[in-house]
Design a protein around this ligand. Structure first.
Ligand SMILES: Nc1ncnc2c1ncn2[C@@H]1O[C@H](COP(=O)(O)OP(=O)(O)OP(=O)(O)O)[C@@H](O)[C@H]1O
Length: 347
């Protein structure tokens, strides 16, 4: 395994709760891992611990089998062969793009340096910009220069902390896809921090969902979506609601009754809270199950509706933007789950 984080705890002085609590994760060579979670959940602290910038309280971090952090030892950051990109590009304004990129490879012979600078600038699509200055480039281009600079010394691991957060939404999404291509072309192993789910899904081979220092799940995007390990992950990934469901035997076999109709279930299924995502709640004018429309968010060909059930619980539905419902309308809905995801009811 390339990166192994085991039972990691990081505690800041004077804080009652650890910023990172019992986190374990593994990353294979060439894979891109992404950490997502709400503000303050410990993403940056975990990344800084991997970089060697934050001492750890207990647990272990291994890079290519070598222990780089433990409670008794800490390999300094400069010895870890790590490349870092942060949200502020931190380029040197008085140096050209080429000189910025060459910054970490001064020990190489000059021709080799030039060759490597051209190689990484080509990788990030800026091969003709070596003689320009940072202020002559757009925000997205500057961030690509920062990426090229971090890649130039051929780090064994790339760490990226919200590198696109200063950029506008359209550019962010495009750059997220580009970044994945660039990292894959460079055969880099990377750990990326974001609080943007679309970015996480666009970039990550493995995605970790964190909350209050804990890593709830570390898995690929499909698994996170189809088999969320906890209520927190179920609520955090995609728009969804957990609705109470009770098993009943019917002519169709075993089913679960929910506030949005019955759904098929295995016989062994006990009473539970069932996850219904917006894509699994469909508009049905004839349905006896109705909810009041509270909010409509336009999403191109569809609206994301936020609706309230008679029990006052909120549900979400994706509805064609061809339909014209007004706020306050009572709307017929039906549950149509693609995957049955259930959690034991909360006491
Ligand atoms: N230097 C510090 N000293 C004390 N507490 C800190 C320090 N840095 C972070 N924390 C605390 O540790 C917790 C985790 O912070 P961290 O920056 O790792 O979260 P994050 O998930 O990266 O948040 P964000 O998305 O807002 O950047 C927070 O409660 C934060 O207040």
């Amino acid at each position: 395994m390339f990166l192994e984080v085991s039972q990691l705890n990081v505690r800041y002085a004077g804080r009652a709760q650890p910023a990172v609590a019992q986190v374990s994760l593994q990353l294979q060579a060439g894979d891109i891992g992404v950490l997502i979670g709400p503000s303050g959940c410990g993403k940056t602290t975990l990344l800084r611990a991997v970089a060697g910038l934050e001492p750890i309280s207990s647990g272990e971090i291994r890079l290519q089998g070598q222990v780089v952090s433990s409670s008794t030892s800490n390999l300094p950051p400069e010895k870890r062969r790590i490349g870092m990109v942060f949200q502020d590009y931190a380029l040197f304004p008085h140096l050209t793009v080429g000189k910025n990129v060459a910054f970490g490879i001064h020990q190489l012979p000059r021709t080799e340096q030039q060759h490597r600078v051209q190689e990484v600038l080509r990788l990030v699509g800026l091969e003709n910009s070596a003689v320009r200055y940072p202020h002559e480039l757009s925000g997205g281009q500057q961030q690509r220069v920062a990426l090229a600079r971090a890649l130039a010394p051929q780090p064994q691991l790339m760490l990226l902390d919200e590198p696109f957060s200063n950029l506008d939404v359209d550019l962010r999404e495009r750059l997220a896809h580009e970044l994945r291509d660039i990292l894959k072309a460079a055969q880099a192993t990377a750990l990326f921090v974001t609080h943007d789910q679309l970015e996480a899904f666009a970039i990550g081979d493995q995605i970790g969902v964190m909350e209050s220092g804990h890593l709830h799940q570390w898995a690929d995007a499909t698994t996170l979506f189809q088999k969320p390990a906890s209520r927190f992950v179920a609520n955090f990934i995609g728009h969804g609601s957990l609705l109470p469901a009770h098993p009943v035997s019917s002519a169709q076999g075993w089913q679960l009754t929910t506030p949005l109709g019955a759904i098929d279930a295995p016989e062994s299924q006990a009473a539970c809270d069932v996850l219904l995502r917006a894509s699994e709640v469909v508009f049905d004018a004839d349905s006896p199950y109705r909810a009041t429309l509270l909010r409509k968010s336009f999403r191109g060909s569809q609206y994301l509706y936020t609706l309230q059930l008679p029990s006052e619980q909120l549900v979400y539905a994706q509805v064609s933007s061809q339909l014209h419902h007004a706020l306050g309308d009572s709307i017929g809905l039906r549950a149509q789950p693609e995957h049955l995801v259930c959690f034991a009811p909360e006491l």
